[in-house]
Design a protein around this ligand. Structure first.
Ligand SMILES: Cc1cc2nc3c(=O)[nH]c(=O)nc-3n(C[C@H](O)[C@H](O)[C@H](O)COP(=O)(O)O)c2cc1C
Length: 338
């Protein structure tokens, strides 16, 4: 019988499908639901130190589904989730309690998530998360709503180093979708991080032509949707081939096929969120079932058998077979003539 169990950062988890950090991992009540649906683990909503207290207060409404085809009922590849939701809304102590309770009421992997700027704050949050019993910690240095730019700022090097040196649990670093994800992943590996999470959402902007104003809260927002997977596929593949580091993929998963593609490109686990928001918690079960029936049909016992296969099948650019037939001279009017 095929199994979805995978080894991830020293843990044996029941499924490679994880709930990504966000509104589906903000409350202890959500943890048993994730477990019941068959998630391998949950990355809890990101906590911030008190100096970023304002990030704990979200504008309302904070989400908008755009490019949404109601007739397709979530099956369309073309929706965009536009949102502005920053940090975990409680205090740091509430968060440590949240981690503790989440661990005590479930047997799935619980990953704490944090954002800070000063190394001392990073260490405080990371140690607290570890002491509260989290299985791992994800450093969210790439939120589309974080203060400042989305560059891999130099202080993050110190932050990653400080956390790695101060906790024993595995450290994942969540990277932005660019620029230069590969270099960032190499730095994370050199600094001793155990995994990279690829990739956070893009920072985007939507406006209303009637009012001439940005929609919702009036500022930039996070954007993502099923279309987002294609550039993350590329980042996962590149990092898998070039860097010796575990990859947790996230971005644009709508169904089991997308999740399988991430695994075939080299990811160990796949974090999902938007599909849970639009199609419900049952998405986790549907993805697990889809993966299992694919494995049954192909007689695949373990996902390790296919992990990375597509990245290994990528060819070098100088081996691309190009058409070398005779070219017609003069203007070309149709695609066939090209
Ligand atoms: C409403 C919302 C809130 C999010 N909050 C966080 C967060 O607090 N920390 C974090 O690391 N990522 C956060 N994310 C990013 C998700 O964890 C995930 O990586 C991203 O949405 C891509 O996956 P998806 O396309 O399956 O949604 C958030 C995403 C959304 C849509």
């Amino acid at each position: 019988m095929p199994t979805l169990e995978v080894e991830f950062l020293g843990y044996r988890v029941k499924s490679p499908i994880f709930v990504a950090s966000g509104p589906a991992s903000h409350d202890v009540k959500q943890i048993p639901i994730a477990q019941e649906m068959g998630a391998g683990g949950v990355v809890l909503k990101t906590v911030v130190p008190d100096k970023f207290d304002y990030m704990r207060y979200w504008p309302r409404p904070r989400y908008k589904l755009i490019d949404w085809d109601k007739k397709m009922n979530g099956k369309s590849q073309y929706f965009t989730l536009y949102s502005y939701e920053q940090a975990y809304s409680g205090s740091v102590d509430d968060y440590f309690n949240f981690v503790k309770i989440s661990k005590s009421i479930s047997d799935i992997m619980i990953i704490g998530s944090a954002f800070a700027d000063e190394p001392s704050d990073w260490i405080y949050l990371a140690k607290g998360i570890e002491e509260a019993g989290a299985d791992a910690i994800e450093l969210d240095i790439s939120s589309p709503h974080k203060p400042g730019t989305l560059q891999f700022e130099t202080h993050f090097v110190q932050a990653i180093k400080s956390v790695v040196e101060n906790v024993k649990i595995p450290v994942l670093v969540k990277l932005a979708p660019g620029p230069d994800v590969l270099t960032q992943a190499k730095i994370c590996s050199e600094l001793g991080a155990d995994a990279v999470t690829l990739c956070n959402r893009l920072r985007g902007l939507e406006i209303d032509i009637e009012t001439g104003k940005p929609i919702l809260h009036g500022y930039y927002a996070g954007v993502g949707g099923p279309w987002a997977k294609y550039y993350v596929f590329k980042h996962v593949s590149e990092v898998y081939k070039e860097v010796n580091i575990t990859i947790s993929a996230t971005g644009g998963v709508l169904n089991w096929v997308d999740a399988l593609k991430y695994i075939m490109l080299g990811a160990k686990t796949v974090q999902i969120l938007s599909v849970i928001i639009v199609n419900g918690w049952g998405s986790i079960r549907r993805i697990n079932e889809g993966l299992l029936s694919f494995m049954l049909e192909r007689q695949i016992e373990n996902l390790e058998e296919v992990r990375g296969i597509a990245s290994r099948n990528l060819i070098e650019p100088d081996l691309i077979v190009r058409w070398t037939g005779e070219k017609k001279s003069g203007p070309r009017n149709t695609f066939e003539e090209w």
